[in-house]
Design a protein around this ligand. Structure first.
Ligand code: NDP
Length: 448
């Protein structure tokens, strides 16, 4: 698929020239500009008024040194980032990722995606993302704490409950959010909802932990129903075994599916009897062990080193929930060959563009990340609402909001796709529906 509109083609060339060596950012921008060609054809004012040029340039990028001391007294220096991409419809909102692969291009791709995702939730939140090349794996709690405190000692100057509200992402879970929030509170001498994904004893929302995985299944359920299909009786493969993967597995199972495989960055397990999720939770959430340990207690399960093979397991529904570009064209062909009928992205940009083309070309139902995994940030926004009200909602109330948001989101994306001549194409629909609200707000502000 290519960018049809000539101005947007030129803009894409400028994005590549101005942001060299950032292929993930280029990939994310190219996909959006491809979808938006029919929109700017119909509404040239978005080009004339500079909306398109502004959209691909972050409002602010913060890059900083994060020195910290390990348990042996050695000093390490990591890099910290916060990309405040767009505040057109609300305070910057988006997670922090701690992973050795993090560099500015990864944070920019994630921040750019976040603009449209947050708009799609229907809630008043802008787009941002941050993180560090720090690897929490193998570090003691004390080392993670010292790193988080050092990270926040710089970041706190740029965030706030009405300015920028970070959350978790890969490598940033409840433990890290606790250390980050504690340091913010100490530095600012105030107790405000500046981070989401907080613990339940200090301002967190019920159902936030479950929200991205549950939301993914709510979105997919709507998409499947529209096509006369369902999770009931389906075989499901899920990559990853982190926050998104675990709760996608839980909800898919509640919907009557059998999840037969999950993975981590070392390899995958295949359990033909259905994954024992209690064991995965114990290994990953409590003991922080490798997924290979699952086979030690489940003799019927097979462990395979390496991640790519997981997509060769026959399944009806595939939920990539680990990381970007983890499902390539070969993987897509294997899924098609095995009569898979739906792919819903839990991770951000897990399918390569070639894989998306192959899946959509073969007629599979395809749910793009910015729509399908928006339940996490939507529930973060609900956490912000509860913090502002100094009140909390029950699990059932938050879950009901999440369910309604994901259902509305599906219908809005489907309607936008149909309106711009791409019925059934949720990639185009999500990009267009997410864009329009942001772009119209930018038009209202004039040149700022
Ligand atoms: P976690 O850190 O909880 O889990 C990530 C999982 O993916 C782990 O199983 C990890 O394995 C695996 N993984 C990470 N990097 C790689 C890699 N390079 N190759 C193979 N496997 C890898 O993160 P989350 O579950 O929170 O996030 C997963 C994805 O979902 C990310 O793309 C994130 O941006 C996206 N997302 C998360 C949201 C949330 O609310 N948490 C919201 C919206 C999107 P290992 O432990 O071995 O590293």
């Amino acid at each position: 698929m290519s960018i049809q509109n000539e101005y947007l083609r030129g803009l894409m060339e400028r994005v590549i020239a101005r942001n060299p060596a950032e292929p993930e950012f280029h990939q994310a921008v190219r996909e959006v500009l491809t979808s938006l060609s029919p929109v700017v054809d119909a509404h040239p004012e978005y080009i004339k008024e500079g909306v398109m040029d502004c959209l691909v340039e972050p409002e602010r990028t913060i890059k900083f040194r994060v020195p910290w001391e390990d348990d042996k007294g050695n000093i390490h220096v990591n890099r910290g980032f916060r990309v405040q991409f767009s505040s057109a419809i609300g305070p910057y909102k988006g997670g922090l990722r701690f992973h050795p692969s993090v560099y500015e291009g990864i944070i920019k791709f994630l921040g750019f995606e976040q603009i449209f995702k947050n708009s799609l939730t229907g809630l008043p939140i802008g787009g941002g993302k941050g993180g560090s090349d720090f690897d929490p794996k193998g570090k003691s709690d004390a080392e993670v704490m010292r790193f988080c405190q050092s990270f926040m000692t710089e970041l706190f100057k740029y965030i706030g409950p009405d300015t920028d509200v970070p959350a978790g992402d890969i490598g940033v879970g409840g433990r890290e959010i606790g250390y980050l929030f504690g340091q913010y509170k100490r530095l600012r001498n105030e107790f405000t909802g500046v981070l989401t994904g907080k613990g339940l004893t200090y301002g967190g929302s019920l159902a936030r932990t479950e929200a991205t995985g549950y939301g993914l299944c709510y979105f997919a359920d709507n998409m499947l129903k529209e096509a006369g299909k369902s999770f009931e009786g389906a075989t499901v493969v899920i990559s990853g075994s982190g926050n998104v993967a675990i709760y996608a597995c839980e909800k898919a199972t509640q919907f009557g599916a059998k999840v037969v495989a999950m993975s981590d960055s070392g390899g995958y397990i295949y359990d033909k009897n259905g994954i024992d999720l209690a064991c995965i939770k114990q290994l990953k959430e409590v003991e922080r062990k490798r997924i290979s340990a699952y086979a030690d207690t489940h003799p019927q399960a097979e462990y395979h080193p390496g991640c790519a093979g997981i997509w060769t397991i026959p399944c009806h529904i595939a939920l990539p929930c680990a990381t970007q570009n983890e499902l390539n064209e070969d993987a897509a062909k294997a899924l098609i060959q095995n009569d898979c009928f739906a792919v819903a992205e839990g991770a951000n940009m897990p399918c390569t563009p070639e894989a998306v083309d192959a899946l959509q070309g073969a007629g599979l139902l395809f749910a793009p990340a910015k729509a399908a995994n928006a339940g996490g940030v939507a529930t973060s926004a609900l956490e912000m609402s509860q913090n502002s009200m100094r009140f909390y909602w029950s699990f059932e109330e938050v879950d009901a909001h999440l369910h309604r948001i994901m259902t509305d989101l599906y219908h809005n994306a489907a309607a936008a796709a149909a309106q711009y001549g791409k019925p059934g194409d949720l990639v185009a629909g999500a990009n267009i529906a997410g864009f329009l609200k942001v772009a119209d707000s930018m038009l209202a502000y004039g040149v700022v």
